[in-house]
Write a new protein. Structure first.
Length: 330
C-alpha cells in the first residue's frame, strides 16, 4: 500500500440528498481528519425517515442514469416497506461499481466502513466483499455499525440479525452497536454493568477485536464502553444527556471512532476524542433546535439535522471536557 492509501476509507451506507445521516454524516468528518473517502450508497433517499415524506431513487443493474426508479416509501416508526426487487438492483449495481474499481486497481483501502443496509442480499454482498478487500490489503480494518434499530424497535428486516451474527460480524475488526443492537446480537438483556461485560465478551466471541458501544443507559446514566479483545480492561465514559434523539448520531460515532482509533496511540484517547466531538455536535444541534419551539413538524425535522458544518472546529480539534476511565478487569 502506498502512503496515499494509509487513510483511505470505503464507506458503504445510506445516502440522503438533504441533511445528514449515513454517508453524508460520515464523509465530512473523515475528510476533516485527513482521510480519503470513497462511498457506495446502500439506498438513496430524499431525506431521512424523520420527515413525513421520503422518496427514493434506486439504481438497477444497468449503467448509472439509464433507468431510475422513483418510488414513494411509506414509514411507520422508521420501518421501511420492503421493496425486494429494487434492493436486488442495488446489489447488482454495487457489484458493478466494485468491478470498475478493481479493473482499474483502485480498490486499495485502509478501512471499510459499513452502516445502514436494508436487505439481506445486500448485506451478504458486503460479507463477500470483505475478503476481497483484505486480499488487496491484509491490514485493512473493517469497522461495522450494525444498524438494526434503537430504543427497543428494529427498523430493518428481522432476518438481517442472523446474517450479521453468522456472516458479517465474524469478519469485523471494530463493531459499534448501540445498546439495543448489542442486546440483539448477543441475546443479552442489559440492565447492569455486569450484563454489559457479559454481552461484550459474547460479541468478542463472534469475532471483533474491538467492541465500541456507542451508548448504554444504566441507572439513569448514559455511558459508552470500549473493549479490546487482547486486553483485560474495559474503558467507559459518561455522556451528558441531551433530551432528544438525533438521526445520524450513531453514523457519526462510527466515523469518528474509525478515525481516532487509527490516529491515536490508545483506545482511551480515541474514545475521548470521539465522544467529545460527537457531544459538541449534538449540543450545538440541540441549542439550535431549541430556538424553534413553535415550528411546524417539517420545520422541526429540519432543525434536528446535525450541525456538522457548524461543528468543523470541534471535529478537527475535539474539546477535552469529557474524560474516559478504565472500568476494571473483565
Amino acid at each position: 500500500m502506498t502512503s496515499d492509501d494509509e487513510r483511505h476509507v470505503l464507506s458503504i451506507q445510506s445516502h440522503v440528498v438533504y441533511g445528514y445521516c449515513g454517508n453524508k454524516c460520515a464523509t465530512f468528518p473523515l475528510q476533516l481528519l485527513g482521510f480519503e473517502v470513497d462511498v457506495i450508497n446502500s439506498v438513496q433517499f430524499s431525506n431521512h425517515t424523520g420527515y413525513k415524506v421520503v422518496k427514493g431513487e434506486i439504481l438497477n443493474d444497468n449503467h448509472l442514469g439509464e433507468h431510475l426508479y422513483n418510488i414513494f416509501f411509506s414509514f411507520n416508526s422508521f420501518q421501511l416497506i420492503k421493496v425486494s426487487f429494487l434492493f436486488e438492483c442495488i446489489c447488482v449495481y454495487t457489484g458493478q461499481l466494485m468491478e470498475g474499481l478493481a479493473g482499474n486497481d483502485l480498490d486499495h483501502y485502509s478501512h471499510l466502513l459499513t452502516g445502514y443496509v436494508a436487505s439481506s442480499s445486500f448485506l451478504k454482498k458486503i460479507s463477500q466483499l470483505v475478503p476481497i478487500l483484505k486480499e488487496k490489503n491484509p491490514n485493512l480494518i473493517y469497522v461495522c455499525d450494525p444498524v438494526l434499530g434503537d430504543n427497543g424497535k428494529t427498523y430493518v428486516p428481522e432476518e438481517l440479525i442472523e446474517i450479521y451474527k453468522t456472516e458479517v460480524i465474524p469478519l469485523v475488526d471494530i463493531v459499534t452497536p448501540n445498546q439495543f443492537e448489542l442486546e440483539l446480537l448477543t441475546n443479552e438483556n442489559i440492565e447492569t454493568t455486569e450484563d454489559v461485560k457479559r454481552a461484550i465478551e459474547k460479541l468478542h466471541g463472534l469475532g471483533p477485536k474491538i467492541v465500541a458501544i456507542t451508548s448504554i443507559e444504566l441507572n439513569n446514566k448514559l455511558q459508552s464502553f470500549i473493549s479490546n479483545k487482547q486486553d483485560d480492561m474495559i474503558i467507559t465514559m459518561d455522556i451528558p444527556k441531551i433530551p432528544t434523539n438525533y438521526t445520524g448520531s450513531g453514523d457519526l460515532f462510527a466515523a469518528l471512532f474509525l478515525a481516532h482509533s487509527h490516529i491515536q496511540q490508545d483506545l482511551k484517547t480515541a474514545l475521548e476524542k470521539t465522544i467529545n466531538s460527537l457531544h459538541s455536535v449534538l449540543l450545538r444541534t440541540h441549542e439550535f433546535r431549541s430556538k424553534f419551539a413553535n415550528a411546524s413538524s417539517v420545520q422541526k425535522a429540519k432543525t434536528k439535522e446535525l450541525r456538522l458544518i457548524q461543528s468543523k472546529a470541534d471535529i478537527e480539534n475535539p474539546p477535552s471536557k469529557l474524560k474516559a476511565q478504565y472500568l476494571n478487569v473483565k
